[in-house]
Design a protein around this ligand. Structure first.
Ligand code: GTP
Ligand code: MN
Ligand code: MN
Length: 587
């Protein structure tokens, strides 16, 4: 490439002087470049070929056994002041963090190739998209970034045009957990990651850029970067509503994004379109509605539990051209994980499978695959303007108290509902209250700045002329006395999404309660589900005493963010608490 942006060339030169690689390779994102990398990794053992008859183009990567997940305790947000990072983040002063990281990077690429990866998060021609460059010494990272982002020449051309980009420096280092840090400098649009090859720590376009840095950028530029799936629901009349939903990790985003309608719905002509399964960038359009893009081009999904019974769409997506990380393999060299039929012979660490060593596939084993391979992939995922969002959904694992679905009164109430979001970690079968971890908007590990400022930013979208989506809360994880889930979930979640769309379209009256609007009997189709009366009552019950305690806990949680918590949210918490109180005294 001829005319490289001076700032980009200068940064690459500086990094090369620090890390001292044997070679520098600028990635063009081509198929031949990918194939060369694969061949090289097959030789070094970074990749292992899987059965090419059953899984063409599929490979296995085994990570270091101590490097298998995101490391929240080693992840820092390095803003100038500690206050700006907020109590929701670990903080280090930028000068100290740079010094610490640069000492680690000193000479770390000696004898290795340094890859320069220009990438674009979002459709390459989209005004909502943002670009970055990741420098890494890991060919595995290059191969994954090619699938997860729009990588290569087109991204570099956009960077040269715009002149700005997020700088991400990564080295796998020695994979020593004692020498592992993921540092973010949002004010400098910079990321430095050392000592891990794991996806969330090493594929810097994903959580580091598209959530932590982007959420910070979004605050100053008037948009939102969220941990949300985006799904299109097409009704039998051919009208499609797009819904964005935030659930914490492992609470069902990928599953909802690829939902398969129940048989009767399919026959009636309902269709589901997958736009994104993990990250959503949204901003107001000229008509006042929120428009969203999926900044990613692929899925980095959890393998265990993915099966024909739970998510057949995901299973057919990963039948070819997929990189598997830390799964097990069968006797005939097919990828395997818990939930699939068949038997593993080799576990995720390459040992002969022995149940005494635990699961055959690591519980956080993943697949990396192009989004376009999904049978329900929405062509609107390439729409430069994004898709208009009709509803925003929050949810988590709440074994008790929280009904199947309710609608927030308005935007302000919706922001409170999102802020109060949480998942219960344990659930006593007898209904004793579990340990609740608040995870506001599912962004606890990913908001790149103070949560108080983040909620204020959310509130700021409520402006004259805005046509904001309705906000809902769902709970697919309500449990009965026997500890079993009360709601069938998965495909049947479409019934709940249909009610949301009916509310948006003004077709369902709903039942107004102090906590929000719930479906009136008959507004959600339940007849063919064989749920007993008691189950239905529980799923749609508002327990006033329980909610009064919940509101008090939410109030304490808001207080924990101090001065920066917007007073509007405190007021809103008070309003709901008062409504509960008034409803209890008026018969
Ligand atoms: P990240 O990719 O880590 O952000 O997680 P995710 O939100 O995409 O989670 P995923 O879709 O991979 O689902 C995680 C777990 O939730 C799996 O064990 C699923 O089987 C389970 N799950 C998903 N949807 C439902 C549902 O509707 N009901 C029940 N009971 N379980 C569900
Ligand atoms: Mn996620
Ligand atoms: Mn997912």
């Amino acid at each position: 490439m001829s005319s490289k942006l001076a700032a980009l060339q200068r940064w690459v030169d500086e990094v090369a002087a620090l890390t001292r690689p044997a070679k520098i390779h600028w990635c063009d994102g081509s198929e031949s470049e990918y194939q060369q990398l694969v061949q090289q990794m097959l030789q070094t053992g970074d990749l292992i070929e899987l059965n090419q008859q059953t899984h063409p183009g599929c490979y296995l990567h085994r990570s270091s056994p101590s490097d298998v997940a995101r490391v929240e305790h080693l992840t820092f947000v390095c803003t100038k002041t500690e206050e700006d990072a907020g109590p929701n983040n670990h903080w280090m002063a930028p000068a100290d963090a740079h010094a610490k990281m640069d000492a680690l990077f000193d000479g770390c690429m000696e004898g290795r190739t340094m890859y320069v990866i220009p990438y674009c998060m979002g459709p390459i021609d989209s005004p909502l998209a943002r670009c970055g460059v990741e420098i890494t010494d890991s060919p595995y990272v290059v191969a994954n970034m090619r699938t997860m982002t729009r990588m290569g020449a087109a991204a570099q051309a956009r960077i040269e045009r715009e002149g700005t980009f997020v700088k991400g420096l990564h080295s796998t280092g020695e994979l020593d957990p004692e020498r592992r840090f993921i540092m973010h400098f949002p004010e400098e649009l910079t990321i430095k990651s050392y000592g891990s090859g794991y996806g969330g720590n090493a594929l810097l376009g994903k959580k580091c850029h598209a959530l932590r840095i982007a959420s910070y950028q979004a605050k100053s530029e008037g948009w939102l970067a969220e941990h949300m799936l985006i799904v299109g629901i097409e009704n039998p009349q051919g009208e499609t509503h797009y819904i964005a939903a935030a659930f914490p990790s492992a609470c069902g985003k990928t599953n909802l994004a690829m939902l398969i309608p129940p048989e009767a719905y399919r026959q009636d002509g309902w269709k589901v379109w997958t736009v994104g399964d993990d990250i959503c960038w949204m901003r107001p359009g000229a008509d006042g509605r929120l428009y969203a893009i999926n900044p990613e081009a692929g899925y980095f999904g959890v393998a265990p539990g993915t099966s024909d019974a739970t998510n057949p769409n995901a299973l057919s997506t990963i039948a070819r051209d997929t990189i598997f990380t830390n799964v097990a393999v069968t006797a005939d060299n097919q990828p395997w994980w818990e939930g699939l039929p068949g038997t593993p012979v080799t576990d995720w660490q390459g040992r002969p499978y022995d149940p005494a060593n635990g699961p055959a596939a690591h519980p956080n084993s993943r697949f990396t695959v192009s989004a376009k391979q999904c049978p329900t992939w929405s062509p609107r995922a390439e729409d430069a303007q994004g898709v208009p969002i009709s509803a925003i959904v929050f949810g988590g694992r709440r074994p008790s108290l929280i009904p199947l679905v309710f609608e927030a009164k308005d935007w302000k109430h919706g922001v409170l509902v999102g802020a109060a979001m949480g998942s219960e970690t344990t659930a006593a079968a007898t209904g004793a209250v579990g340990v609740l971890r608040r995870d506001s908007m599912a962004m606890k590990p990913f908001a790149g700045y103070h949560y108080g400022d983040y909620f204020r930013h959310w509130l700021s979208f409520d402006q004259p002329g805005a046509k904001l989506p309705k906000i809902f809360h769902v709970n697919w994880f309500r449990k009965g006395e026997d500890g079993r889930f009360l709601w069938p979930g998965f495909g049947d979640n479409l019934r709940v999404l249909q009610w949301m769309i009916d509310r948006v379209e003004g077709r369902a009256a709903g039942n107004h309660t102090p906590i929000g609007t719930l479906p009136k009997a008959g507004e959600i189709e339940l007849d063919d589900l064989q749920l007993d009366r008691a189950t239905i009552d529980t799923l749609f019950h508002v327990d006033h005493a329980g909610w009064t305690a919940e509101l008090a806990a939410i109030g304490e949680y808001l207080d924990s963010f101090g001065e920066r918590m917007p007073t509007e949210l405190h007021d809103e918490q008070q309003r709901v608490a008062k409504a509960l109180h008034d409803a209890a005294v008026t018969p």
